[in-house]
Design a protein around this ligand. Structure first.
Ligand code: PLP
Ligand code: TYF
Length: 397
């Protein structure tokens, strides 16, 4: 029956490497590793699980839109208690299968109900899964310039030009912070300019917030763009993930929300979100949302979590410093490496070419994505010297 099914390519990031060499370094997938290169379960998460266990909860189905306190607390984290739609009870929201599921629900909802356009603009480059998510949601995917290879920074002029040229009322996807894969974010002043263009062109902003807390501070810094847009009067869509910032990867805890005009509109929108979700998976998983909600709703756990996210972000920043020093001072690697330090969040877009990444894999057992992206969190005191030395050798040719 399936003789006509061609074998598909493996996921470029999640596809496994069989390499068992001692020196192997896997900087492919964006999943946090501690200073010993091990997956990290946060203490705040362990404590939340203890609290949950003690409360002996049942396993009944959640409502279609998930755990109500969780979605409330998730939106509070992103929008802030002082935001107008939060105060007005005008944020339509639903629990989602992590960030990916939030994007997919958002894509499906916009595909069905956004009256003005079926076109979504993604930054070039963007997270590899964005294109198939929105294409499979029935939207037409186009790109706007984002990254400038020459400066290894933001192509702000190109970005502005492309958004200016986009048809009015198109949807535009924005990474809220810690852009994946480049690690390059707009400055606050640039966000304001982007907001002005979005307003002028009546574009519809869809924020993907997969790394809140991973750039530089949970609320003031990492929620800046979302809060700016809302305060500027934009109606937005928002996909949130607790995979990275709470280390809940496989628990699939996330939320999708849309700001609405008022509570009545919010209720209509939520009723349709339910109709989008029901035939997809009926209702979301319990455990991750319970953990996240326990942390978000208890001040002492929240404070501990906040310190732990900062700890992860700080370790990554210290690896950036160290890698920069190793590459430039210790190994005198040709080229400009300042971007290693200036880039933000989990990833660094190194500027290494596809042939260089291939030779690093084959000769040094070092794995990254073919576009030269490394997950900084995969580096630690035990492997960073070998990594820097290998990169330097590969650059020197
Ligand atoms: N959006 C971006 C930019 C990402 O990097 C990721 C990857 O983790 C996601 C969304 C979704 O991740 P998850 O579905 O694990 O929350
Ligand atoms: O970009 C990354 O590495 C993370 C993890 O299909 C990820 O976003 C990668 C690929 C994928 C799902 C998650």
């Amino acid at each position: 029956t399936w003789t006509n099914v061609p074998a598909g390519p493996p996921d470029p990031i999640l596809g496994l490497q069989a390499d068992q060499d001692q020196r192997k370094i896997n900087l492919g997938v964006g999943a946090y590793r501690d200073g010993d290169g091990k997956p990290y379960v946060l203490n705040s998460v362990k404590k939340a699980e203890e609290i949950l266990r003690a409360s002996n909860p049942d396993k009944e189905y959640l409502p279609i839109t998930g755990l109500p306190e969780f979605t409330k607390n998730a939106t509070k984290l992103a929008y802030g208690v002082d935001s107008a739609p939060f105060k007005a009870n005008a944020i339509a929201s639903t629990q989602s299968i992590s960030g990916t599921g939030a994007l997919r629900i958002g894509g499906a909802f916009l595909g069905r109900f956004y009256p003005h356009s079926k076109v979504i603009y993604l930054p070039v480059p963007s997270w590899g899964n964005h294109t198939p998510i929105f294409r499979d949601s029935g939207l037409e995917v186009r790109g706007y310039r984002y990254f400038d290879k020459k400066t290894v920074g933001l192509d702000f002029e190109g970005l502005k030009e492309d958004l200016q040229k986009a048809p009015e009322r198109s949807i535009v996807l924005l990474h809220a912070c810690a852009h994946n894969p480049t690690g390059v974010d707009p400055t606050r002043a640039q966000w304001k300019e982007i907001s002005d263009i979005v307003k002028e062109k009546k574009l519809f902003p869809f924020f993907d917030m997969a790394y809140q807390g991973f750039a530089s501070g949970l609320t003031d810094r990492d929620a800046f763009a979302v809060r700016l847009f809302v305060s500027e009067g934009h109606q937005i869509a928002l996909a949130q993930s607790f995979a990275k910032n709470m280390g809940l990867y496989g628990e699939r805890a996330g939320a999708f929300s849309l700001t609405s005009a008022d509570t009545e509109e919010k209720s209509r929108v939520e009723s349709q979100l339910k109709i989008v979700i029901r035939p997809m998976y009926s209702n979301p998983p319990l455990h991750g949302a319970r953990i996240a909600n326990t942390i978000l709703s208890r001040p002492e756990l929240y404070a501990e979590w906040e310190a732990e996210v900062k700890g992860m972000a700080d370790r990554i920043i210290s690896m950036r410093e160290r890698l920069y020093n190793e590459l430039t001072k210790t190994h005198k690697t040709p080229g400009e490496w300042g971007h290693i330090k200036s880039q933000i969040g989990m990833f660094s877009f190194t500027g290494l070419t596809a042939p260089q990444t291939k030779s690093l894999a084959e000769r040094a057992h070092i794995y990254m994505t073919a576009d030269g992206r490394i997950s900084m969190a995969g580096l630690n005191g035990n492997n960073i010297d070998y990594f820097a030395e290998s990169v330097s050798r590969s650059v020197k040719g």
